[in-house]
Design a protein around this ligand. Structure first.
Ligand SMILES: [Zn+2]
Length: 271
C-alpha cells in the first residue's frame, strides 16, 4: 500500500515537474523564429499518476428474479462497513485464528476453510484479520503524512478507523506466503496474489464456508475504493452462495432487502 502511494505521489510530482518545465510562449516573432532553429528538446513520456480507482457514478440496485435467501440483513453477518458507511467504534467478539484476532463467531468457518485449502495442497496464511481502532488511527495518520495531508487522496488510499472492515473482525486478508503473513506492511498487498493458485481456489470455494471476496474493482461505485488484496469477508453460507451465483457485492445484496440501508453519495464519488 505504502509503495503504491509513494509511486502515485512520485508520478504526480513528475507531472508537476514536467508542467513547470514547459517553456512559456514566445513573446515576439523574432523569439519564435529563434526557438524554431533551436535544437529539438528530448521528449519523454509523462507518467500517468497511479491514483487508486474511484467510482464515477451512482450505482443502481440490480433486479433479481430469484427469491432472496431468508436472512435478517440486520444480523451481525451483514454489518456494513466501507468508505461511505462508517461504523464508528466497533467492538469485535475476540476469537483467535492462528494467533491473529478475529470475531469468534467466524473462527470455526475460517479454520475449516484454511484446513481444507491445505488438504487440497495450497499454502494459506492469515495476513491480516481484526484490526483495532488505535492501529487504524496510527496507520491513517501515517497515510495522511505520505499523502502530504491531502484528505481525499488519503481516503482513496486507505480505509481507516470507522470505515475499515477489519474493525469488525469479520474480514480476513489471506496470503499464500508465510513471509507475507509475518510482515503485513511488506508484500502481501502485492496484486500478484490475484494470479496465485490460492486466490483461484478461494474464489471458487470461499462461499462454501460463508465468505465472499470484498470490494471487487468492477463494483467500486458501491463503496468508492476497490480492494488491492485478497480480502475475504464472512456473510454466512446461504448469503455467500447467493451473492456469488448472482454476482452481487454485499452492498447490492443488502440493497435488495432495504435500499436505504446502504449509503452511496449522489455523485458516486468518495470526495
Ligand atoms: Zn483487507
Amino acid at each position: 500500500m505504502k509503495n503504491r502511494i509513494l509511486a502515485g505521489l512520485l508520478a504526480a510530482l513528475l507531472m508537476v515537474v514536467c508542467i513547470l518545465a514547459i517553456p512559456a510562449p514566445a513573446a515576439s516573432a523574432q523569439e519564435a523564429a529563434t526557438e524554431e532553429t533551436a535544437a529539438e528538446p528530448e521528449t519523454t513520456e509523462t507518467p500517468e499518476p497511479t491514483l487508486p480507482p474511484v467510482s464515477t457514478e451512482k450505482p443502481t440496485v440490480p433486479e433479481i428474479s430469484d427469491p432472496l435467501p431468508d436472512v435478517d440483513i440486520h444480523s451481525w453477518e451483514f454489518t456494513l462497513c466501507n468508505s461511505y458507511n462508517s461504523r464508528g467504534w466497533i467492538t469485535c467478539q475476540r476469537g483467535n485464528l492462528e494467533g491473529i484476532g478475529i470475531d469468534e463467531r467466524i473462527q470455526e468457518a475460517a479454520a475449516t476453510l484454511m484446513a481444507d485449502a491445505r488438504a487440497a495442497g495450497y499454502s494459506i496464511y492469515v495476513a491480516r484479520a481484526y484490526l483495532n481502532t488505535e492501529w487504524l488511527e496510527n496507520m491513517y495518520l501515517t497515510t495522511l503524512w505520505v499523502c502530504n495531508y491531502d484528505p481525499v487522496l488519503t481516503a482513496r488510499s486507505f480505509q481507516g478507523p470507522g470505515v475499515s472492515e477489519h474493525q469488525t473482525g469479520l474480514a480476513i486478508d489471506f496470503t499464500d506466503t508465510i513471509g507475507h503473513a509475518a510482515n503485513y506492511e511488506y508484500q502481501f498487498e502485492d496484486p500478484e496474489i490475484f494470479d496465485s493458485e490460492l486466490y483461484a481456489w478461494l474464489m471458487e470455494h470461499c462461499a462454501d464456508y460463508g465468505f465472499i471476496f470484498r470490494y471487487p474493482a468492477e463494483k467500486a461505485p458501491w463503496y468508492g475504493v476497490s480492494c488491492p488484496h485478497a480480502h475475504f469477508r464472512y456473510v454466512g453460507v446461504e448469503a455467500a452462495k447467493f451473492m456469488v451465483e448472482h454476482d452481487l457485492c454485499l452492498e447490492e445484496f443488502i440493497s435488495l432487502y432495504d435500499p436505504d440501508a446502504v449509503y452511496v453519495p449522489d455523485n458516486g464519488r468518495l470526495a
